[in-house]
Design a protein around this ligand. Structure first.
Ligand SMILES: [Zn+2]
Length: 91
């Protein structure tokens, strides 16, 4: 038979162990999106002050912009003909 009290004691010990206490008391922090280093929570954008990371983020945001434009063009190219057909054009 399973000793319920022993299990409860074990669980309680786990909860009260110093290790879990430390993790619960850890101050909130963020990690740099590029190198993963710990940074201040209020930092915006979420990167450290490392020049390499700043450059990387710039590159990434530029790529994001391009992707958005490409998606927009793609969307127009697909939707416009269908929309025109729906409205009776191109017949
Ligand atoms: Zn960084």
């Amino acid at each position: 038979m399973v000793d319920a009290k022993a299990i409860r004691d074990k669980v309680n010990k786990k909860i009260n162990s110093p290790r879990s206490k430390i993790s619960s008391n850890l101050p909130s922090h963020k990690h740099c999106r590029m190198c993963g280093i710990e940074i201040d929570v209020k930092t915006d954008p979420r990167i450290c002050k490392n020049e390499e990371c700043v450059t990387k983020l710039e590159k990434q945001s530029k790529q994001d912009k391009m992707m958005r434009i490409m998606f927009f063009i793609f969307f127009i190219a697909i939707v416009a003909p269908v929309a025109l057909q729906l409205f009776g054009f191109g017949r």
